[in-house]
Ligand binder design. Structure first.
Ligand code: PLP
Length: 401
């Protein structure tokens, strides 16, 4: 039976598995291969693998590793891509994806303005210092995107499927059309959605980037990143990583692969919990704004339903505390007992973060204000706990219990 015909839950459990072995038995679960080097019995054998004439592994540190390769196969299968290459973190994946897309001195890039803070700073600071020109646009303003892309002919257009932390939803098919009409590659950070909710390659993306540290691994205990793309782009990512050396280690790959198996279960619970929490927050007097695309009055509510086939909008939402600045937000976060105040998202645990202090700290106050990240904005990543307990914790911290 072709795995393509199987459902997402089945593929999440089995994709990539049982391809290693060959000693008369087959481990059900992919083993961890910690070996750095691989021998082939003859120099010709090793040469054939190095020359890409035979499949195999030669050097785990910067080339490939059997356990990591299984994780890559699994995520490529779930995203519907030809191939994937895994990295030590989401930012490493984004960095090498940008290099593979051709970003260098003299080139232009157009990027959604409200992307994750480190992605923003990578472009605005590092790549700009290296000679690239970066144009940030509101991806909801398609005319502005079209104008930026047709004027500057960037090598890449970059967006997040659902943005961090304002929860704006990118119109992927439309953005892909704009990018391709002017010769740009369309790079999509799909961290907030994961392939369970949305597969951007099917909507025209050329590369899909994940911080697998988040929902994919899912348990707050592993750092990982991955790019899913064509075989041709994957070959370029590999060549670049041989120089950059930001590979995902086999232990982390094994944990990420294990996390992938329960991704649909966790995402279903997190989507349901986040929807209930968002609805409850909209009824609270101390909250002025709730950003969550499943709320019926969210400006891209219909779009998110289309992109995620009605499965939900993920586990992250953000909201504004009324008349609040840093001191009031800190007080609110310190009152929380169940919900942990930590700089990450997508875990089984509910987590709260203050973007002005953490995820978007590297932006100036003016940059944050221009994007719409206010000093009263709080980001909440809703975990898999009982939703009543999450709401009770928010209520006591808001003083409304
Ligand atoms: N993309 C998004 C949307 C993120 O939220 C993050 C981290 O929070 C990253 C990329 C970077 O991932 P990592 O922290 O694994 O480098």
């Amino acid at each position: 039976m072709s795995t393509q015909k199987q459902g997402f839950n089945t593929r999440a459990v089995h994709a990539g598995e049982r391809q290693l072995g060959g000693q008369g038995f087959q481990p059900v679960t992919t083993p961890i291969y910690p070996s750095v080097g691989y021998t082939y019995g003859s120099s010709d054998g090793l040469e054939a693998v190095l020359a890409n004439e035979e499949a195999g592994h030669v050097y785990s540190a910067r080339y490939s590793n059997p356990t990591t390769a299984v994780f890559e196969t699994a995520i490529a299968e779930l995203e519907g891509g030809q191939a994937a290459y895994a990295f030590a973190s989401g930012m490493a994946a984004m960095h090498v994806a940008l290099l593979a897309a051709g970003v260098k001195a003299g080139t232009h890039v157009v990027c959604a303005a409200d992307v994750y803070g480190a992605t923003y700073s990578l472009l605005q600071n590092l790549f700009t210092e290296l000679g690239a020109t970066v144009h940030f646009v509101d991806v909801l303003d398609e005319l502005a995107v079209d104008t930026a892309v047709s004027t500057h002919h960037p090598v890449a257009l970059i967006a997040e499927t659902i943005s961090n932390p304002l929860l704006k939803v990118a119109n992927l098919p439309r953005l892909a059309d704009i990018a391709h009409a002017h010769g740009a590659l369309f790079l999509v950070d799909n961290t907030f959605c994961t392939p369970y909710l949305c597969a951007p390659l099917a909507f025209g993306a050329d590369m899909v980037i994940h911080s697998a540290t988040k929902f994919i691994a899912g348990h707050g205990d592993v750092m990982a990143g991955v790019v899913v793309t064509t075989a041709v782009h994957r070959a370029r990512l590999l060549e670049l990583n041989k120089l950059v050396g930001s590979s995902l280690g086999p232990f982390e790959a094994w944990l990420a692969l294990r996390g992938l198996k329960t991704l649909p279960l966790r995402m279903r619970q997190q989507c349901a919990n986040a929807t209930a929490v968002a609805e409850w927050l909209t009824t609270q007097p101390g909250i002025t704004q709730v950003n969550y695309p499943m709320l019926p009055d969210h400006p891209q509510h219909e779009l998110v339903q289309r992109l995620t086939h009605g499965r939900g909008a993920g586990g992250v939402l953000s909201f504004e505390l009324a008349n609040a600045g840093r001191a009031e937000v800190f007080r609110f976060m310190e009152r929380l007992q169940l919900i942990q105040s930590a700089t990450t998202l997508g875990d089984i645990y509910s987590l709260v973060l203050y973007p002005a202090m953490s995820s978007h700290r590297s932006l100036t106050a003016e940059e944050r204000a221009s994007i719409g990240i206010s000093d009263g904005l709080v980001r909440l990543s809703v975990g898999i706990e009982d939703v009543g307990d999450i709401i009770a914790d928010l209520a006591q911290a808001l003083g409304t219990l």
